[in-house]
Design a protein around this ligand. Sequence first.
Ligand SMILES: N[C@H](CCC[C@H](N)C(=O)O)C(=O)O
Length: 320
Amino acid sequence: MSIQLTKVHGSGNTFYLYEALYDEQFNFVNIAKQLCHHSNDGGADGLLIVLPSSVADAKMRVINADGSEASMCGNGLRCVARYVCEKLNVDEAVIETMHACLKVKREASIFEQLPTYSVEISPISFELVSLPMKVENRQQLRHEIIPAFSMDIPFTAISVPNPHLIGIVDHKYMENTLHQEQLAAYLNSENEYCPDGVNVSYVQPLSPDEIFVRTFERGAGFTNACGTAMTASALIASIEGFITNSKVTVYNPGGFVQCEVKNCGDSWELALIGNATVLGDYEYDLQDEKIQLVHFQLAEEQIQYEKCKLFVQDKIESFL
Ligand SMILES: N[C@H](CCC[C@H](N)C(=O)O)C(=O)O
């Protein structure tokens, strides 16, 4: 027996997308681990499952490459937004996620004709218990040095609602990938701080409305981009005064997105705007666990996206 899937990406964060008739139709955890393995057509960062919803236009579940389930996925939600809007022939929709029903919308392209969508990122909490994270005698961790993590990087803990640890660094540190990897790998293995793991991001402010973000994703490792991490990073860079504009351009190794940070008194409204690119339709044989490309999406989409990546690389080099 085989199932039909679409391979998609948001900012180079790549997923297989599967529309299921009902939840637990298959063992999605096992399928995600097999599909995302690099030996299977280069693998992917996770599996997006689109399901019927009784409270919204559709429901999204997110399974990471290691089989762990996440409460939210910003880049993935843009891809689900495109899938649902095109299926329903609408420009706006509401998608049910683990902790909230989120508004999604087709937007004007952020680069040439790249299919572009915006998604709401919510709920947000700085309470350590919401990640969960345990730091002795602390309820929050707001842009501060925790010696056990780093002697020179101030970190903030936030859930959006998946868990993030965000460190603001300079260019010199951005290149210190060894320490980045060691800390992130530690916090995503047996440890006293993050019982469920955590997405760890390093943020380099570039200008009053531009940042660069590199993320070690829980359940996937370093990826091209992490949408929830980029949005959380834009919020924290704004709160800490590195960013002064409510619309932030966030560069990442996979491209760029825009994040809107709206302060509403004692809370914030966050939106993530970026590409939702289709790479192709695939067939996955459940018996022999092999993936086969059935139909390659219009190469134009990916050529467009490669031009966007070149634009970003030139831009980032201008800052280094
Ligand atoms: N690795 C994340 C889930 C995927 C989020 C990321 N791909 C995004 O675009 O937000 C976690 O375990 O919380």
